[in-house]
Design a protein around this ligand. Structure first.
Ligand code: BV8
Ligand code: ZN
Length: 243
């Protein structure tokens, strides 16, 4: 069993070394070992609410206070943790690869804190706010938020600059992601359950364009049947083995 894993890791190291364009697609699982709860894990994200119930425009329109309470709680939690070996390994891979793009569904900013530079935040960032009236985007690192934030330009209520359910992904980021998935010869899918669309279809798309799809997760997921190789284990323990 262990011998088999060592052999598979060695083969994957050769493949990584020989890749001309690596894309990494990450989800909540890469931040789990930093202490950031995943969305659909058993410990869940917050009280008895589900992300699908709070991360929506309707929830915010109905009760901005409650939605901001949830984001403020997550911002405080994220501000109190730091990146882990999974994030750091992706920084090293970016440095050592001829071409490398990191597409993340995470909004926590831990990839950038760890040193990743070419990061596509496909679902936005919890550290950016957008005005609900004039759409001005600002960065805000205030934890805890003392009150509901309002726009300095027009006085409109600010919302988290993240993609909620039912909202389309930022087209400029989508175009870059599409291009990367089209051109890469290795796609590493790390710590995502493959539930949320359209990102969950990215591995399938990359595979049809000829990429080798490698998945790292603690359990098999909806992506596993698309992956050429699935390594079961914690991202913070498995990824450093590829260096
Ligand atoms: C869109 C940002 C339409 C905010 C998020 C049916 C009904 C209603 C809607 C739909 C439907 N079918 C499809 C939809 C569309 C919907 C969707 O996919 N719903 C799902 C629930 C079925 N999608 C959308 O609404 C998207 N927009 O489709 O727009 C449209 C189209 C055209 C024009 C206009 C509009 C928008 C989706 C974006 C939603 N925003 N978050 C915020 O974060 O607050 S989603 C949320 O889920 C996060 O972004 C998160 O990143 C993302 C994905 O979750 P994961 O990252 O995979 O996390 P999860 O907990 O699920 O899994 C963690 C994984 O890690 C697990 O596999 C676990 O095993 C693993 N793991 C744990 N520990 C470790 C580990 N792995 C390795 N190491 C470890 N240590
Ligand atoms: Zn404004």
């Amino acid at each position: 069993m262990v011998q088999d894993l060592i052999q598979r890791i060695e083969q994957l190291k050769d493949r990584i070394r020989g890749s001309r364009y690596i894309v990494a697609l990450t989800g909540a699982g890469v931040s789990a070992e930093s202490g950031v709860p995943t969305f659909r894990g058993k410990n869940g994200l917050w009280k008895d609410y589900r992300a699908e119930d709070l991360a929506t425009p309707d929830a915010f329109a109905r009760n901005p206070q409650l939605v901001w309470e949830w984001y403020d709680w997550r911002r405080q939690l994220i501000a109190s943790v730091t990146y882990n070996p999974a994030h750091r390994t992706l920084v090293e891979l970016e440095k050592n690869s001829p071409r490398f793009t990191l597409i993340t569904q995470n909004v926590d900013g831990l990839h950038q804190k760890a040193g990743s530079t070419n990061v596509l935040e496909i679902h936005g960032s919890i550290w950016k706010l957008r005005c609900t009236l004039c759409s001005d985007i600002s960065e805000n690192y205030e934890v805890p938020l003392k009150a509901l934030p309002y726009c300095s330009m027009c006085g409109g209520l600010l919302r988290p600059h993240v993609v909620w359910f039912g909202e389309s992904l930022p087209s400029d980021v989508l175009v870059k992601a599409d291009n990367a998935l089209n051109l890469c010869d290795l796609l590493m899918v790390i710590g995502t359950s493959g539930v949320v669309q359209p990102v969950a279809s990215f591995p399938y798309y990359a595979r049809t364009k000829g990429a080798f799809v490698l998945e790292v997760n603690v359990e098999r997921t909806l992506i596993s049947h698309i992956a050429h190789e699935t390594i079961l284990g914690k991202a913070g323990e498995i990824l450093p083995l590829f260096l």
